[in-house]
Design a protein around this ligand. Structure first.
Ligand code: ADP
Length: 499
């Protein structure tokens, strides 16, 4: 494990807006509040930005409501063209956007570049979906009429995103909302607002009309969001974040019957069967565990490895983890950046410490690096005692707890013994087993012999308490559309006196 020194070059930050975007204007919070955005690699302040309160929230809501009628009447071509132009601008600015993302979130530059492309791809995908908002037509089964359906924008939307994918989560929600003809109030996470502010600037430059996108940066999420959800003006909320916050927002959405899409937490099982190709298994495990330093709802949380290959797998995974370079993500060659903040570091440390105190064995890592920044090393644990909370908690850090098994049915039952159901990973070369286990897992997505499932063209989402609805793919835009049914009676018979 190599540890690289940090460096700090934040000259690019001056191009990032530091105000709220409301009705097409960049403004300060009316009450004048601000907050600081920090670099998790150094703890230093990157930028001070506007801190919205409930009054700013009301202004953003009014702006979205006022723009909705006109925006819904734009042509699909107009909306598609804006998204295509935004795609081009993101690609042109890729390097700067990646750098800003790394500064505020900590992920290595290579990962940040990948995320910029992923975010841009959502705009491209939904630019293409904007011109394919089809309805349906059917003859009523009794032949006495026709059934016509059209799809219409659901109305003003509230989009709330987390800090772990600062650009892609916003793009995955804004892309379909814009394509569908919905106006937006967007509230990014307070830890990583700079990427979202950059995205809003780009959409504005791409020709998005005033009021269609309103952006609120705030540390007072509850105070700003709850009145919006109860207002009766917001018709749709799309949230990505913790199950705990999702539950609160679902309750608040109930008061005005707001449609919701919820991408919540996960506790992904990663199952390696005895017939697995070991190279495939280790590569997939590194991808599924170490992408974003493990700070992903899709991260492999529990690694179940067949007893007969567990030692080989553990040795290879440990060697791969030890070869990774830790450091400030802005330095080229870094594989593992810092965790997002002190509470996240303390949480990961607590989970590992409790498991170890109860008897788990550390194969590598296992303690924070100390010094400035929230660095935790890639860690492999084995001999995890039954009932350890590291197996039932979303770790959100670079820790791989390995549990051995011998029986397929038993491991599937264990994998399913959780209230979460976002993603599962299955590593096997046996086609029958692949079919059986992918069917048996209670999840919204399965990685079969791969550690990466995210794809703009695929429906992303979970079952059980991992969420409601799907993002991306053909289903993504449907979350922002209402289906209107128009009943057309059978035509009257032609008059017999006709010519
Ligand atoms: P995490 O613990 O990873 O930060 P959260 O679910 O708390 O996950 O945060 C995800 C998003 O939800 C962030 O934008 C955050 O500001 C927002 N959020 C947190 N609490 C609330 C709340 N009570 N109402 C509305 N948004 C919230």
């Amino acid at each position: 494990m190599t540890i690289l020194d940090t460096r700090n070059d934040d000259t690019l930050l001056v191009t990032v807006p530091n105000k709220l975007l409301i009705a097409g204007e960049w403004r300060d919070s009316v009450a004048g509040g601000t907050f600081d955005v920090h670099n998790p690699a150094t703890g230093s302040v990157l930028r001070t930005i506007a801190n919205a309160d409930a009054d700013d929230g009301r202004a953003a809501l009014d702006a979205a409501a006022a723009a909705q009628h006109g925006w819904a009447r734009t042509t699909p071509h107009e909306r598609s063209a804006i998204l295509h132009r935004a795609y081009d601008r993101i690609i042109t600015e890729k390097e700067a956007l990646a750098y800003v993302m790394t500064l505020e979130m900590g992920k290595p530059l290579a990962d940040a570049r990948g995320e910029v492309q992923y975010a841009a791809d959502f705009f491209k995908w939904f630019a293409e979906e904007a011109v394919r908002i089809h309805g349906t037509h059917a003859l009523a089964p009794d032949g006495r009429g026709q059934i016509l359906t059209v799809r219409e924008p659901v109305g003003p939307c509230l989009l709330i995103t987390p800090w772990n994918f600062p650009l892609a989560m916003g793009a995955r929600k804004m892309g379909p909302a814009i394509a569908a003809g919905c106006t937006i109030v967007f509230k990014p996470a307070p830890q990583t607002p700079l990427s979202s502010l950059s995205l809003a600037r780009i959409l504005q430059k791409a020709g998005l009309p005033a009021g269609v996108l309103n952006l609120l940066t705030t540390t007072r999420a509850g105070e700003v969001v709850e009145p919006m959800l109860r207002s009766g003006i917001i018709r749709k909320m799309s949230f990505t974040g913790s199950t705990q916050t999702g539950r609160i927002l679902l309750e608040q959405s109930a008061s005005a019957i707001v449609r919701t899409s919820m991408e919540l937490g996960g506790n992904a099982p990663f199952i390696v069967f005895e017939d697995a190709d070991l190279d495939v298994a280790v590569n997939a495990a590194v991808a599924a565990k170490m992408r974003n330093m493990g700070e992903a709802c899709t991260a492999a949380n529990r690694l179940y490895v067949h007893e007969s290959i567990a030692e080989d797998f553990t040795a290879q995974l440990t060697a791969r983890f030890e070869a990774l370079t830790i450091g400030d993500g802005t330095a080229e060659g870094v594989d593992v950046g810092p965790l997002i903040d002190a509470p996240s570091l303390a949480k990961v440390q607590g989970l590992v410490d409790r498991a170890v105190n109860a008897g788990a064995r550390i194969r590598t890592g296992g303690a924070p690096l100390g010094g400035a920044g929230y660095f935790y090393p890639p860690t492999v644990l084995t001999d995890i005692p039954d009932g350890s909370d590291i197996l039932s908690t979303e770790i959100f850090g670079p820790v791989a707890p390995i549990v051995t098994f011998t029986d397929e049915d038993a491991v599937v039952a264990e994998a399913n013994a959780t209230e979460w159901g976002l993603v599962g990973y299955v590593i096997t070369q046996d086609i029958d087993r692949a079919n059986r286990v992918t069917a048996a897992l209670e999840v919204g997505m399965v990685g079969l012999n791969t550690g990466v499932v995210s794809n703009v063209a695929a429906p992303f989402g979970g079952v059980k308490q991992s969420g409601l609805g799907r993002e991306g793919g053909h289903l993504g835009i449907d979350e922002f559309l209402n289906h209107k049914y128009i009943a057309i009676p059978a035509p009257k018979p032609a008059s017999s006196s006709g010519a």
